[in-house]
Unconditional design. Structure first.
Length: 359
């Protein structure tokens, strides 16, 4: 019976998140994307951090009351992942099949999606924001449950680095929800459509695959990693976070108010009189310095687990490297079409794609 419940638990959690997202208080913001039909900027209602707090409180209450063990999600993780994978597949078909084709081949449409920014109730529920919210909240529940399992198995002998790795993943989730509005100005919203990539990715891949460093080491005996190394690994994470969050915030503030100074960085741009590209601060280092930060954070999380020889843990940063490398290629093509000769000028001013002085 518990295996069946484990299979359906993602669906129950995602439904709960949907209800909370719709009913809990939130703040309305205007996004970066323009609705093609109305010509106006899309509006969004954001309350992700509050939803996360309520869901975690509900989970903790269920565990504390004895309704389920603290590590229940870890024990039935394969059943949970299977349920999330099938649910994500069903969602992908439901959000693609009823709508007119966008591309020549159905599989391409299915993977990349047909609808650009589907919303319910005038933006009260936005499909992309809800998908990212479900992935983030389910990931955090997995992180907490996997950490509980490590503690229940090893007790006082548990590895501090494992908890640090879990804390960094939790920081990753909370940081995203704090800066929800900033996410509205990223590639996902102005360039992606809703299909298998986003649907299945957020429902199944995001909450389970991102937890793979903990998944693959929760049952392993604690190691004797020097505490100074843990500090170093933590610095790798937060140094990378500074690159990623700093770059995204600088671009966010620039798009909202080009004259606004961010962290004391003087704003320098390239322009052809109609279009403008930011070329100062973080965006002078490389054209996608934020991607380097994302990969670096994943590396820091893996190193903290204390088992760098476990290949499964490295699938997380390797996935990021593959995803973001291909994404910057797509983004480069899109920007070349959008900016024309100005983009060529920008490539000369900022010659590195992701890693300064290397790539």
């Amino acid at each position: 019976m518990e295996k069946v419940i484990g299979f359906f638990i993602p669906a129950l959690v995602y439904l709960y998140i949907f209800v909370l997202n719709a009913l809990l208080p939130g703040r309305w913001v205007t996004g970066y994307v323009t609705d093609k039909d109305s010509g106006k900027k899309l509006k969004y209602r954001l309350n992700g951090l509050l939803v996360l707090i309520v869901v975690i409180f509900t989970w903790a209450l269920c565990c504390y009351s004895g309704l389920m063990p603290w590590d229940w999600l870890y024990t039935y993780r394969w059943y949970g992942f299977s349920g999330a994978a099938i649910l994500g597949l069903i969602f992908s078909f439901a959000v693609v099949l009823p709508y007119p084709p966008v591309r020549k081949f159905f599989l391409t449409d299915f993977f990349r999606g047909r609808l650009e920014n589907p919303q319910l109730w005038g933006g009260r529920i936005d499909a992309k924001m809800w998908l990212y919210l479900t992935g983030a909240v389910m990931l955090e529940l997995n992180v907490l449950s996997f950490s509980a399992h490590h503690h229940m198995v090893f007790g006082a002998q548990a590895y501090p680095g494992f908890y640090l790795s879990a804390a960094l993943l939790s920081f990753f989730v909370v940081d995203y929800l704090i800066f929800e509005e900033v996410h509205l100005y990223t590639y996902d919203f102005f360039a992606e459509r809703v299909g298998f990539k986003l649907g299945w990715g957020c429902m199944a891949f995001y909450p389970y695959f991102y937890a793979v460093p903990l998944w693959s080491t929760a049952d392993l005996p604690p190691t004797q990693t020097n505490n100074y190394l843990l500090v170093l690994f933590g610095m790798v994470f937060f140094g990378s976070w500074f690159l990623s969050r700093g770059a995204n915030l600088q671009k966010y503030y620039f798009k909202k108010d080009p004259g606004q100074v961010f962290l004391g960085i003087a704003t320098k741009t390239l322009t052809d009189g109609k279009r403008t590209i930011l070329v100062s601060g973080f965006w002078r280092l490389s054209r996608h310095i934020n991607y380097l930060g994302e990969v670096g954070m994943a590396v820091g999380i893996v190193l903290c687990t204390g088992h760098p020889g476990i290949i499964w843990s490295w699938l997380y940063p390797l996935y990021y490297a593959a995803l973001l490398t291909t994404r910057q290629l797509d983004d480069n093509k899109r920007c070349a079409l959008k900016y024309g000769a100005l983009w060529s000028e920008y490539e000369k001013a900022v010659p590195y794609r992701i890693i300064p002085f290397i790539y």
